[in-house]
Design a protein around this ligand. Structure first.
Ligand code: ZN
Length: 488
């Protein structure tokens, strides 16, 4: 019997073909005319899970696109991991920029081209193939695994929270693992351990019920566009420091170890400026761009409008002006507290000549972190070091992944983000591609990941009520920053 690694070496071609079949299904979640394809992709994925020997496979309906579930729970005494991926993909336009049809995958120069090849079907496939290798060669998995694949990640996971709430028992787990991120570079894997959260507002400033003549009313009426500008410029100083009292309360300081880890990740300022046509970078003093992006909160004006916008001149004082404002939040800021602080502050500083309406928009999310010295991170670190021959980078991300925050919060389980695709995979863009060698290495890394996680103890869980409650086990109590505070 071959080892799992040998099995994976022998099944490279088959593995790619399996992925190509999956990629041929155009599961674009945002487009209603692809709804049947999305469902077909879910069914196809469920078949793969069944074929490799997972159990309780089910395509679970939600109010939107379905979630695929499967599990393998025959490792008593071992931890349980919930593995998350998504089988939906982004739209493909502009189609004329694709070198080949997006849903007819082709191989070219070591890359597999096709929509979803890296984000996220390729990562889903490498996991089912790693589990297949373990099951076929050893007859078992080293731990208990529950797999879910979402069909709405590309449309902001709109029904995911309701799904997790409704399936809390079924999804109960010790740890969550998400493979939907990228490596830092070829051969240099990354473990993402924190994400930023988000709050979003629309601010409307009104001075009058109608636009006014700037000759007749100029010098008499207040100007809401001017008032809006005054408010916005008082939210942040020119150096990038946010001026809302209490805004930074709760921000966890970066440790020296984290700063050292961030510095390992290449940051090419010139290339970045070129990509976006930037004159210069801008942000809070005292932090590197990477630190500002990953571990510092921000406030941005996302849009601003009001008054006359057509061709030529129109001499008015507008009745109103508006702006969209959002904040990216970091651990351990609380979105509700920050939102209240922003509301109070804007109310304080507003010119008293105008009326304000501040509306919080949907999409609030909590920041999320698993401390770098958590056993889950350490296990992943060991697994990746073995496979890639160098320490993985421990990174955060400036973005927000709603599903991660939802699982962390509702399932009360530490989470780990580890991806096996390259950062230049053109996710969401034309010619999305998968580096084939990275895919093969990812399959091996996935088998190692389960072996390492299998060897860490289950996290402390609340004791069940009733008779079982007398069965007190001695467990470490670990705080969120990873320090041990005692036993229970
Ligand atoms: Zn994705």
């Amino acid at each position: 019997m071959p080892t799992p690694e040998e099995f994976l070496d022998e099944t490279r071609e088959q593995g790619l073909r399996e992925l190509e079949d999956f990629l041929r299904i155009p599961s674009i979640s945002s487009q209603p005319d692809h709804a049947d394809d999305v469902r077909r992709a879910a069914g196809h994925l469920a078949e793969q899970y069944q074929r490799i020997g997972l159990q309780n496979t089910e395509v679970i309906d939600t109010a939107g696109h379905p979630v695929v579930y499967a599990d393998w729970l025959k490792a008593p005494g071992k931890p349980t991991v919930l593995l998350y991926g998504h089988y939906d993909v982004q739209p493909v336009d502009p189609l004329d920029l694709w070198k080949s049809p997006p849903f007819e995958p082709i191989r070219q120069d070591g890359q597999l081209l096709g929509r979803g090849s890296s984000d996220d079907k390729g990562q889903i496939a490498l996991h089912w193939q790693a589990m297949d290798a373990l099951l076929r060669t050893t007859g078992e998995l080293p731990l208990n695994i529950k797999v879910i694949a979402e069909g709405e990640e590309e449309i902001a996971s709109i029904h995911f929270e309701a799904f997790v709430r409704a399936n809390r028992d079924r999804l109960k787990t010790d740890y969550c693992v998400v493979s939907d991120t990228t490596m830092v570079a070829r051969g240099l894997p990354a473990i993402t351990y924190a994400l930023r959260g988000l709050i979003y507002f629309e601010l409307r400033v009104e001075a009058a019920t109608v636009d006014m003549h700037s000759g007749l009313m100029g010098g008499i009426a207040p100007n809401p566009a001017q008032a809006l500008a005054e408010i916005l410029t008082r939210l942040k100083d020119p150096a990038g420091q946010i001026l809302i009292p209490g805004f930074y309360d709760g921000v966890l300081p970066l440790s020296e170890e984290e700063r050292g880890q961030f510095a390992r990740v290449p940051f090419d300022e010139t290339a970045l400026k070129q990509t976006y046509g930037l004159e210069a970078l801008h942000g809070e003093a005292g932090f590197t761009p990477t630190e500002r992006n990953w571990a510092r909160p921000t406030l941005d004006v996302n849009g601003i409008w009001g008054g006359y916008q057509g061709p030529g001149a129109k001499t008015i004082i507008p009745a109103w002006a508006a702006a969209k404002i959002s904040c990216r939040l970091v651990p351990d800021q609380d979105p509700k507290t920050v939102a209240a602080a922003l509301r109070d502050y804007i109310n304080d500083i507003r010119p008293k000549t105008v009326r304000l309406r501040l509306t919080e928009l949907e999409g609030e999310s909590n920041p999320w972190i698993t401390p770098v010295d958590h056993p889950l991170i350490k296990a992943a670190h060991a697994a990746l070091t073995r496979v890639y021959g160098q320490d993985p980078a421990l990174i955060r991300s400036g973005g927000s992944i709603g599903a991660v925050e939802v699982m962390g919060r509702l399932l009360d389980a530490p989470c780990l983000l580890v991806g096996f695709v390259l950062p230049d995979c053109f996710a969401h863009a034309p010619n999305e591609r998968l580096d084939i060698e990275s895919f093969y290495l990812g399959r091996k890394a996935a088998t190692q990941l389960w072996k390492e996680i299998a060897s860490i103890p289950s996290q402390p869980r609340p004791l069940p009520g009733g008779a079982g409650a007398r069965d007190v086990q001695i467990q470490l109590v670990v705080t969120r920053d990873g320090s041990v505070v005692g036993f229970n």
